[in-house]
Design a protein around this ligand. Structure first.
Ligand SMILES: C[S@@+](CC[C@H](N)C(=O)[O-])C[C@H]1O[C@@H](n2cnc3c(N)ncnc32)[C@H](O)[C@@H]1O
Length: 466
């Protein structure tokens, strides 16, 4: 039964959504989204995803909270013509960029996190699989492990042996030196470094089932050996690269920029389409999550020491502890009836203000980068904090409207088999549905839409791919 919008909203508000049956009845089960014109504002979908990994270079490196390729694929198919420029200003691990390349679009990704940029470049830059194969042969010729003496890869790291056994440390040190010795182009080197990075958590002593980088005192880990794991990861990476090389047209290219989405600077503009999933408030702390990867690769990515690492962690949008000198302004007035600062735990107020300010500046910057009447698709979950649900999706819509975007439509999908390593139901909040919000760059102030419904569904444990 198709529900009209008011019906749908009131049903959601009144539904006992703690029961899975009640929740299921409200979702339209689809294999893929219909065209935007056939979707009602506020409509809820349940996407049935296969368990198959999405292939190509998508699986090159783990990355928390990446979105399923099907989402940017649908947006690009619907709203970008061939050779159009597609921008993802919070590109993370480059999911949008890979999907844009497959469809012969020009892709630009921005991310402030240097490791995310490395992963995005490795996934999308036109590297010849045959050249990588040659380099791998050369690598095997020169790679002699384990290295001695052991040297911590960052200068101010204490107790590095806590994270890696001496054997793994020595093998990794020798492998990294060998990769850096190869006569490779920067793109080829980035590809190999990304594969190197992808095995670090597994071969370390740190727990590999959680986002947090820590060594469990109770669960004894028996890490796999470096060489066979690296060889397997390389094989898989090469297969993905070959697939993408075969499918992409040579004219389609990706550009990855390490930068701030609140201050977009592009080589090409205006862009034709923006599609992105921005960070959440109190979001995944990517740098902390990738601490071991930064220890090894930081000095090659401009993160030379722990101090720089700690400073950068606090500079991202959605940081839990934003840099103290940032002094974010008070929440914008347009959020007055959505977020009451008195409801926010005291020590979270600065983070909430900083997040809203950063996203406010982002939308103003995005409105300048995007062509007039171009579409901006924002993918964001509803996030729940201990103090109740903070309507981030409604807040972001208002900030976007203030920057000249016109709200067109929003719909949500339930994640049936989310392609990500770590469940997002955790201490940072329960994220139960993702909203797809269609905004048009009207370049004038329009009215705010009604608030979107906030049904509170929790994921069943089998709805998260572990
Ligand atoms: C939810 S993730 C994006 C995941 C991406 N859709 C994918 O599939 O991999 C959000 C990203 O925003 C990045 N980010 C946070 N603050 C940023 C800022 N001010 N400018 C650019 N990127 C930022 C984070 O580093 C993270 O990679």
């Amino acid at each position: 039964m198709a529900l009209t919008q008011p019906d749908l909203f009131s049903t959601l508000d009144n539904a006992d959504c703690s029961s899975d049956g009640a929740a299921a009845a409200l979702f339209r089960e689809v294999p893929s989204f219909p065209p935007l014109g056939d979707i009602a504002n506020g409509e809820l979908f349940s996407l049935s995803l296969s368990n198959r990994a999405p292939g190509l270079t998508h699986g090159l490196h783990r990355f928390p909270a990446k979105y399923i390729p099907r989402i940017p694929a649908w947006v690009i198919d619907e709203f970008a013509g061939e050779d159009d420029v597609v921008l993802d200003p919070f590109c993370g691990s480059g999911t949008t960029l890979v999907e844009a390349l497959l469809r012969s679009r020009q892709a630009i990704g921005i991310d402030c996190d240097p490791l995310a940029c490395l992963i995005s470049r490795a996934k999308t830059y036109a590297v010849s699989p045959a050249r990588i194969q040659q380099l791998v042969i050369e690598l095997h010729r020169i790679w002699r492990g384990p290295a001695v003496p052991l040297v911590a890869p960052m200068p101010d790291l204490a107790n590095f042996g806590h994270w890696f056994s001496e054997r793994a440390w020595g093998d990794l040190q020798a492998l990294l030196t060998a990769i850096l010795t190869l006569d490779a182009s920067p793109e080829e080197r980035d590809f190999l470094l990304c594969v190197f990075s992808s095995i670090l958590r597994w071969v370390s002593n740190a727990d590999d089932q959680t986002q947090k980088t820590y060594v469990s005192g109770t669960l004894k880990k028996n890490p796999p050996e470096v060489e066979p794991l690296f060889c397997r990861a390389l094989e898989k990476a090469l297969a993905g690269l070959e697939e993408l090389t075969f499918l992409r047209r040579s004219s389609a290219a990706a550009t990855v920029i390490q930068g701030d989405a609140s201050d977009i600077r592009l080589p090409t503009h205006p862009v034709d389409l923006i599609v992105t999933s921005p960070p959440y408030l109190d979001s995944v702390d990517y740098m902390y999550n990738f601490m071991l990867e930064y220890f090894w690769l930081g000095p090659l990515l401009g993160v030379n020491d722990r101090r720089t690492f700690n400073r950068m962690r606090r500079g991202v949008t959605g940081a839990k502890n934003p840099a103290a000198d940032a002094r974010p302004p008070a929440l914008p007035r347009c959020l007055d009836d959505l977020i009451d600062e008195r409801d926010i735990i005291h020590h979270r107020v600065a983070a909430t203000r900083a997040y809203c300010d950063s996203m406010r500046r982002h939308f103003h910057s995005a409105a300048k980068a995007l062509k007039r009447d171009g579409y901006y698709f924002l993918i964001i979950g509803n996030s729940q904090t201990r103090k109740g649900v903070l309507p981030i999706h409604d807040s972001l819509i208002r900030l976007a409207v203030d920057a000249g975007f016109a709200f067109e439509k929003a719909f949500a999908y339930r994640i049936r088999r989310h392609y990500m390593k770590f469940p997002r139901a955790g201490r940072g909040g329960i994220i139960t549905m993702d909203w797809v919000i269609a905004l048009r760059n009207a370049q004038k102030r329009t009215s705010y839409p009604d608030r979107l419904p906030l049904p509170d569904f929790t994921l069943r444990h089998d709805e998260v791919a572990n």
